[in-house]
Design a protein around this ligand. Sequence first.
Ligand code: ARG
Length: 759
Amino acid sequence: MTKKFFSLLLVAALGLTNLAKADEGMWLPLLVKRLNHVDMQKQGLQLTAEEIYDINNASLKDAIVQFGGFCTAEFISKEGLLLTNHHCGYDAIAARSTPQADYLTNGFWAASRDKELANPGLFVDILVRMEDVTPKVLEGITAQTSEADRAKMVSERMKALATEAKGSENYVTYVRDFFAGNEFYLFVYERYSDVRLVGTPPSAIGKFGGDTDNWMWPRQTGDFSMFRVYADANNKPAAYAATNKPYQPKKHLPVNIGGVEKNDFSMVFGFPGRTQRFMTSEGLKIAVETSNPARIKLRGKRLEILKADMDKSDAVRLKYASEYASISNYWKYFQGQNAGVKRMKTVEGKVENEAKYNTWASADANRKASYGNVLADINKAYGEQKEYTLSQVYLSEAALAPAAAKFALNLVPLQKALKEGKAEDIKKTADAIKAASKEYFEGFNVPTDEKLFAAMYQMYYNDVPKNQHPDIFKTVESKYKGNWNKFAAEAYKKTFLTSEAKLNAFLAKPTLKALENDLIFKTASSVYTNYTTNIAPKLMASKASMDKATRLYVAGLREMQADKVFYPDANSTLRLSYGTVKDYEPRDGVHYAHYTTAQGILEKEDPKDEEFIVPQKLIDLIKAKDFGRYADKNGELPVNFITDNDITGGNSGSPVINGRGELIGLAFDGNWEAMSGDLVYDKDYKRCINVDARYVLFVIDKFAGAGHLVNEMTLVTTPSPSGDQTVKPVEAITADKMEVKVKEGKVKTKTKKEKKKKK
Ligand code: ARG
């Protein structure tokens, strides 16, 4: 497999291929017509390019939204019903939960619209349009423009174009750079901020398999939750109001329960967060050797501290549930990435390609002038940055991990205002702190935070080079003998940052003395000063040469393979990826099927392991094979399936769409064997893990008895194009008809027989 991987890279590197690889690539919907449509049709797409993306008429893009800025969701009814992952709704679900009404543990289903739960702070962004603004951003900039001038002009123009596009106050607009600053696109979104929780399965379904199964296949997770977008009487964005109406999307996705088969065309539409496929071998080495191990170590400790306290109290558990899940998600991700890079020999592969690039660049005088030094320049910049990598990692992963230390940063502007003594500024900054404090106090437990503080700063102190330490570390050394437990105990005892009453008392009459005597503030401000004055300038020093060299490197790569269609790295903008439903061979002698069934839930069930508890009702339904119209042709209930779509974090909640534009599933994860996928796409191993739409509807309908939600969707039963057409499809979508079929035993009998045969 590895050899094949290298020969593919070689072919690509030598520019011997002009094939747009169907499975690889996160494409800009605006360019699909030009770059991908023909290829997609060959693979099984039946839609026109305009049906996918059109700014004048309703198209698929109108059904896809960015959820909360970090995930994807899609409209599945004309009444604004949104489907996303359980792990995307997790924070909102936990925030709505109390030990008495624990929706995270027990699930929640709004029986009627008025029972849907508001979520302050949550919003969705609906794309209005995107536009290539490269010529406008780069106008008049030439190879002779200095890097500093270029950077200034580019950033000013990006801002100006975004401002110009901001037609209404509800518009969110920005220009993002693509291909490392070679291209620029403008995005115009409409932001809706009345987004209510409609339904979620219990965690035992939505997070079944927990952290053990996370990033793994085979999987049996019902990773979905449902929200509804509300709008004012004119269908426009509005702050939460009981009188708001369900938003009416221009387009919603029909849900197909006719079945998914191997080799079916699949398209994933969503908001992938970040890939770094153009990262060079030197950058990769820093990640693998320095930053990833540090992140794994720090996160491991944080998880241990949080877990101990979460296990002791339901209130503490709910406070930290969401934070714990996200720390743990990437704790495992970094481990997988390191294992993947090692296994796939990603660094070696990049080194080889870079050598070819240099050979290509030096073969011609003009090329040599433009591209001959870029890799050397990139490597030099990495060399300079490497020294400060730990400071960078420990800032976010250790120093700002304790909630109190992070919140204390909000007081830095107040310190400045107090020093300057301007009453107006003092009041303004104090008010801002008060406004931010509500969320802060809701989200942490003081004794847990103190333990985190002691542990994180101890590790920072031990692991980061001494000459890069914040000043406060000297105080801890001299006054506390370097004992961070002692320091933390005193800091948390005396601080005004751990109680709302104390903070408000301070803010009512803030003095510089009280502020600067607070040991938590003192620590945070010392960390901040150290970073901004000693670390960031060092990192910035090489930034300009790094930016320039990277931009040229990518431009050169595209020139070198002139007939290859390139896609840009993910950057949280709307993308489309297409591929097929596909099984794989994770290692020699092992085959993984392309789907799992509910039987796998019973196989993994373990009432003694919190990650594998199965609700009794689900056990009963599975044992009785009471799957209604959601069973597959063998009478089994499909749960998850995999495709070779190219996705990454941020795509969570993205619809998996068939060739006719119908939703067949919901993307929720990537697989362990391809965890290096954000750095290099590997067609043999990279898979996208999805919940089957039939399992989603089964849980809503049969498990939760919330059939009214299924009734508002547009259901389709057309069978899979690759499917076994001899099996009669389900004709009509009336639940009772299918129930009868199942009860008659038609479907069931076949399965029983099959089972017997197997034995
Ligand atoms: N790995 C998934 C992603 O990043 C998140 C899965 C959440 N589940 C969990 N057990 N932490 O999209």
